[in-house]
Write a protein that binds this ligand. Sequence first.
Ligand SMILES: *Cc1c(COP(=O)(O)O)cnc(C)c1O
Length: 473
Amino acid sequence: MKTIFEKSNGAEGIGVGEYKLGDFLPEDFLRKETIGLPQLSELEVMRHYKELSDRNFCIEKGFYPLGSCTMKYNPKVNELLASLDGFANLHPLQSDEDAQGALELMFNLQEALKKITGMDAVTLQPAAGAHGELTGMMIIKKYFETKGELNRTKVIVPDSAHGTNPASAKMCGFDIVEVKSNSKGQVDIEALKQLLDKDVAAIMMTNPNTLGIFEEKVLKISELMHQNGSLLYYDGANFNAIMGWTNPALMGFDIVHLNLHKTFATPHGGGGPGAGPVCVVEKLKEFLPSPVVEFAGGKYFRSYNLKHSIGKVRSFYGNFGVLVRAYAYILMTGNNLKLASADAVLNANYLKEKLKNAYELPFDEPCMHEFVLSGERQHQQGVSTLGIAKRLMDSNFHPPTVYFPLIVHEAIMIEPTESESKDVLDNFVDTMLKIAEEIEKNPEEVLKSPKTTPVKKVDETLAARHPDLTFKN
Ligand SMILES: *Cc1c(COP(=O)(O)O)cnc(C)c1O
């Protein structure tokens, strides 16, 4: 008699084993040898991944002064909200009727972003800052096409711009024209005037720019551009610099992208997740990607009714979980959005003043949310900016952004954010001053760092020339 175990073990009636993979796939595609994956228990796998995650540096572990792209404030409660069943398990093909709550959230977020930027209409679709830039460039291109101004093929980009700016404009088919910065780290107006002709579609600007410096002549620039029939695009990736104090509409911009995953509280890294909503002035409203969320007759609905829409730029409706976090952050912070900017700017100026004697400060101006030092002096003493960044890791600091912006030699770009305490900032200052001192006395020793990280000093030339990309040999 068969035991219950034999019965349950058998393939009887289930059909497994009746087919071979070769029945479904061409023989040539089938693996000839076994893959050799390790045979491990669930516990062993869990411990392996936990150990890997412990090796990671993250905002939970320490200060993260990575200029521009840093982790700003990411409240943990946002994670809880984004994972609520009604948000996380909503199907994108559900009807408007079924998704009233989600649509209301999107509508309210659009309205909040309109207030914050001063713009008239919003799309939440783009999935990142660079994606927002591309969307913006597509809108600008179509705007001039509908006006019959096909000659407008050039986009002006300052030499301090984030690399994505020229890349996005180029991807959209525009020719890039670079405008120089002056000795104050701002767009050189005379140089800009020289570049203006009827072929210019737009200028892409970041204000404050990537040096953390506010473009004082921005109203003059917008006047010049508009007189020329061109548009102004605002890279608002780091909106924590001006939030609530001024906005791109007041500066004369026509189109803006925001990085919700930077300023508006989504943890990000390694490329995602993100959201780069694009906000536009009234005359560009009909060009937005569709659908946008509207409200009428007591109902929220997706509207495809945009006359010159550039079409969809992403599947479904954007990165919804990021939108939930941003909305929660805005509601939670309320009128204190202004205070968040004030603290970000105060913290950056504090660090700048404390560090500017030990390191070169090429543009000694009051800064906004970030500032850029140069490690040129230390470079001459034998330790480059890369060496400084690696030394910082030994004191449990994430390195700052280095070698960017390109117009500063040996650049060290520092952004403290609004959420760090004075103790943390002072600790960072002490470490940076100590490193400068060490470099003067004993540069050889500094070059041995990092020594305390899971992966110590690596041979970069070897790693670049002979990258080891397999998990076993
Ligand atoms: C981060 C950043 C971008 C690009 O945003 P992604 O979401 O990484 O594509 C563009 N401009 C500036 C100034 C940035 O800091």
